[in-house]
Design a protein. Sequence first.
Length: 232
Amino acid sequence: MHLSGVEKRYLQMLSTLSALCLGFFGFRLLATGVSRYWFVPENLLLAWLALGFGWVLVQQLERRGQVPSGTWRGWLNWRALTLTVLWLLFLPNAWYVLTDFVHVFDTGEISYIYDIAMISTLTLIGFLLGFTSLFMVHRQIYKRLGAGSSGAVIGIVILLASFAIYLGRDLRWNAWDIFTNPSGLILSITDRLINPFGFPRAFNVTAIFFVVISVMYLAIWLFLKPVATRQS
């Protein structure tokens, strides 16, 4: 699909920031010979996949043309549903990058500030990719359900993503494990759903990310949300 001028410039911005992040990583690797931060390009790629699946999903949905309010027309087919599942699987990776600050400490290999700058850049681009992806899909849900119901759906998406971040950081599960070790992943999830009070850290980490992501996204949505036009 043809990109507008604004969309092209926005994509250029995201690409420039990504190049800066990869440049930080590449220079550190060359200067120190240590691949301690190998996760930087990997997590950046996963965040881009979240945007990619979201964009393809939106293109699939928009092929259906105008959608009557209150219906899921165009979404209830195997292509759209598959893309939705893939989008949901990779979306948490965009915000997971905030937890990568746990790896930052004074190693003596390079300036401590350098590593802070690198992870800060990774976090910035990750959050931008995540919010962009979420906003695109939110607009599609908004067309079908309106403001209130679409907001509730997005709230559930953010809650699931926040819980997934806990699974990734504390239990070391990742998006690929849904394909390589689904039984182990399901067991970890069900344990915490059946006995939520037995895992207080699961609640704490999920709640922190839910509040942070929700409030930041709400601010973005309030600024960029579609404006209803009055019929004359």
